[in-house]
Design a protein around this ligand. Structure first.
Ligand code: 13P
Length: 254
């Protein structure tokens, strides 16, 4: 399985800074490394067009993802950006259900499920995030909680519509805290999710990826990324620093 490294820039950088960071990253990467590793950047909506224009014009192999997508297709939904609008920009991925969307913006499992359907209907690959809060981890009840979150996010997905899907385990207690989940924790969760998903009609062993996010850094990336079941990482803070992001990418043993 081709590994994937995704930089989630969150609410950082204006479009000019985003262009600079994309170009710096492109110059810092080994030639053709993107043939062996999928490298994605998820900037704010305002930078999507600028970055995708550069990617298309210069035939870069770095790929662009949105950080979110609307559950609705069109109409009176002020502030929303639809999957179709993203697809028209040649954007091919969208993060959906990030814990910051769930917690800060009150996104429900039902809303996230609608977003996943809309993404898939418009040929966007959903990067479906799920993760438990610290209380839940401490109560040792996290596996049923996580499986339920995953099942609700993908409810009703039809086999013929799903080309590829990425499941991102992001324990809430590990996001932006410097506390990374242990490789054993991550293997336990991703194995359970993989087992659950492998019964679904759309599961494709060659294409469905299972990744980890939460305080990924150059220090812990190698262990995570060189573990077989972990197909990649979703990086927040460290993706804003090109040197750190490149070190994370380079830690993959090819
Ligand atoms: P940090 O890498 O900053 O912990 O963020 C993780 C994350 O939320 C990526 O989506």
């Amino acid at each position: 399985m081709k590994k994937i490294v995704i930089g989630n820039w969150k609410l950082n950088l204006d479009h000019l800074e985003a262009i600079q960071l994309l170009q710096k990253l492109n110059y810092s990467l080994d030639v053709n490394i993107e043939d062996k590793i999928d490298i994605l950047l998820a900037p704010s909506h305002t930078s999507l067009r600028s970055l995708q224009t550069i990617v298309d014009a210069d035939s870069l192999k770095i790929q662009i993802s949105s950080q979110d997508v609307s559950a609705y297709t069109e109409g009176a939904y002020t502030g929303e950006v639809s999957a179709m609008q993203l697809q028209k920009l040649n954007i091919t991925y969208s993060i959906i259900g990030h814990s910051e969307r769930r917690l800060v913006f009150g996104e429900s499992d039902e809303l996230i499920n609608l977003k996943v359907h809309n993404a898939v209907d418009n040929n966007l690959v959903p990067i479906v995030c799920f993760g438990e809060p610290e209380e839940n981890r401490n109560s040792n009840n996290y596996l049923p909680y996580l499986l339920n979150q995953v099942n609700l996010a993908i409810k009703g997905l039809r086999k013929d519509k799903v080309n590829e899907i990425i499941f991102a385990y992001e324990p809430i207690w590990a996001i932006g805290t410097g506390k990374v989940a242990s490789v054993e924790n991550t293997i336990e969760v991703l194995s359970a999710v993989k087992k659950e998903i492998s019964n679904k009609p759309f599961y494709d062993e060659e294409k469905t990826r299972f990744i980890y996010g939460g305080s990924v850094s150059p220090t812990n990336a190698s262990e995570l990324l060189n573990t077989k079941i972990i197909d990649g990482v979703l990086v927040g803070g460290a993706s804003l620093d090109t040197d750190k992001f490149v070190q994370i990418i380079k830690s993959i043993k090819l």
